[in-house]
Design a protein around this ligand. Sequence first.
Ligand code: IYR
Length: 223
Amino acid sequence: MSENNAETVPLQFNEQSHEDMCVSAQAFYQAVKTRRSVRDFSDRSFPREVIEQALLAAGTAPNGANMQPWHFVVVENTDVKREIREAAEREEREFYERRASEEWLEALAPLGTDAHKPFLETAPYLIAIFSKKFSFDEQGERHKNYYTSESVGIACGFLIAALHQAGVATLTHTPSPMKFLNGILQRPDNERPFLLLVVGYPAEHATVPDIEKFPLEATTSFI
Ligand code: IYR
C-alpha cells in the first residue's frame, strides 16, 4: 500500500500468455508498418465520429502530472482551410527559397516536397494540435505544465495510430513557423502550435516515396 494521499482504484490490466504477447506485438507491428505519410488527398469525407474517437484515444496518452497539456482544433470549414493553406504556403515559400540550408533541402529531395500545399484545402479534415506550457484552471488560476513536448508528441503518436487503425491517412505537416495558426484558429497565447495533421483518404492514384525504415539492429542495442 502506498502511503501518499493520492486516491487509487484497482488497475485494469490485460495480462496475456507469452505466446499471445508475441502474436499481439507482431499484429500491431504489421498494422502500423502499413502507415505512410500521404501528400495527395481525396476530397471525400467520412463521419466526424471517427475523428472524435481518435482524439479520445490521443487524450489517453501518458503525460506530465496528468495536466493533459494539449488542445486540438478540428477544421472542416472550407474558408478556414483555405486561409491555413495560404498562410502555410507563404511560410513554406520562405523556407524553400531562403531559410532552408542546402543540407536540409538535400535531405528533403527524396520526398519531393515543395512550397505547394494543395492538400491543406483538399483533405476533409485538418487537426491543429497545440501544446500548452501552462494552463488556466476554472478559477482562472495559471498553473505550469510539465514535459509538454514529450506529452503532446506521444498524444500525436496515439492520434496518428488511431486514425491509421480506422483506415484514415494522415500527413504530419509542420509549416515553420506556425504561429499563424493562433490567429486563424483564435487560440490564446499560452497555446503553441505543435503539429498540423492533414487527415483524409488518399487520392485514388496516390504514390509515396520509395523509402525504407532502418532495421532493428541499426536503431537498438540490447545489453
Ligand atoms: N515543412 C516543410 C519542409 C519539410 C520538412 C521536413 I524535416 C519533412 O520531413 C518534410 C517537409 C514542408 O512541409 O514542405
